[in-house]
Design a protein around this ligand. Structure first.
Ligand code: SF4
Ligand code: SF4
Length: 329
């Protein structure tokens, strides 16, 4: 591996590539929505990947799958992506958060800006715990609501017209944000300049869930104590402020699997990735995460768990009924 192929550059490439894919997906979805709202007669199928932006619907569908064995009939790709992210977290820690997530890319860029401006604040151990608490509380609230719903309520939610057009509503939220939404996004961006990965560390309940799965993972960043010179560069490079230089195995649910610590270590072979005791190259976290996501989508497509089964006329009827009064966009 040449010197410029560092974890930081690979991470930026993976995050950037995934962001480009999502922009392409978003543009195709826009064409689909124009057709569904009767603003165009050119039918564009809905790109299944947009359903990945519906985690609450996927959580409900996961409960339904658990108790009935039936797959989500409305947003099958959403459930597939949800299950794939859980599998990634189990196998490759929070590799999705650290290597692919578009919010992770924004956080990465804002952290770099903060470092340039010299305004980065690194919370100590107590502040780190306080900072991480809200996302676990949010996750607990979502799980409580989902798991206290009966089978009929879940069925009613999944089949409700609102859920059928939920991905379109999500698109409209990003396309026509209110002043309040823009203000909140601005505050989150400013916070991320000062506190690296602020959204991921403090507020993302999806990341909290993935973190809990990653706790059980056989993979982790490990440190060879005999080789370590105690320079502390690994801990300084860690976006979530983990004390990598004091741990033999980084088993925290906060670890994003970004491998930035490995790239910062000046001693070859001191920090690395281990999977069930087996030493793997640092890029295995990114490659493994991408492979699971791609593999899950290909397998789901072959099994009929990827494309939405809702007939096109029904999709249009639902859109016209619930959202048809919108101006052209
Ligand atoms: S411990 Fe290493 S891999 Fe985990 S979040 Fe920190 S820098 Fe990234
Ligand atoms: S960067 Fe490497 S050598 Fe320095 S403290 Fe961390 S593990 Fe030890």
């Amino acid at each position: 591996m040449r010197k410029h192929s560092t974890p930081a550059t690979l991470r930026l490439l993976a995050q950037g590539g995934f962001a480009v894919f999502l922009v392409w997906t978003g543009l195709r979805f826009l064409d689909h929505v124009r057709w569904a709202l009767g603003q165009s007669e050119v039918w564009t199928p809905k790109p299944p990947a947009v359903e990945g932006f519906l985690p609450i619907s996927a959580l409900m569908a996961a409960k339904r799958l658990l108790f009935t064995g039936a797959y989500d009939p409305i947003h099958p790709a959403g459930l597939t992506i949800f299950l794939a992210l859980l599998a990634i977290s189990f196998l490759w820690r929070k590799g999705f958060c650290g290597q692919l997530c578009p919010v992770g890319l924004l956080s990465n860029l804002l952290e770099r800006l903060g470092r340039r401006l010299g305004v980065v604040w690194r919370p100590g151990p107590f502040a780190r715990r306080v900072l991480a608490a809200p996302k676990y509380l949010l996750l607990a609230a979502f799980c409580y609501v989902t798991f206290s719903m009966g089978a009929q309520d879940i069925e009613a939610f999944l089949r409700a017209p609102f859920n059928m057009v939920a991905d379109t509503k999500m698109l409209l939220f990003f396309q026509q944000p209110s002043a309040l939404s823009l203000g909140v996004l601005g505050l989150l961006a400013a916070a991320s300049v000062v506190i690296p990965a602020f959204w991921c560390r403090a507020l993302c309940p999806y990341g909290a869930l993935l973190g809990l799965f990653s706790w059980l993972s056989p993979s982790a960043i490990t440190r060879e104590e005999a080789a370590c010179i105690g320079c502390g560069r690994c801990a300084k490079a860690c976006p979530v402020g983990l004390p990598v230089d004091a741990l033999r195995r980084v088993n925290s649910p906060e670890c994003q699997g970004c491998a930035e610590c490995v790239g910062a270590c000046p001693v070859a072979g001191c920090l690395g990735v281990r999977f069930a005791g087996l030493r793997l190259p640092w890029w295995s976290l990114a490659a493994g995460s991408l492979a699971v996501l791609l593999g899950a989508s290909v397998l789901a497509d072959a099994l009929g768990f990827w494309q939405s089964p809702i007939p096109a006329p029904m999709v249009r009827r639902m859109h016209m009924l619930l959202l048809g009064q919108l101006p052209d966009f």
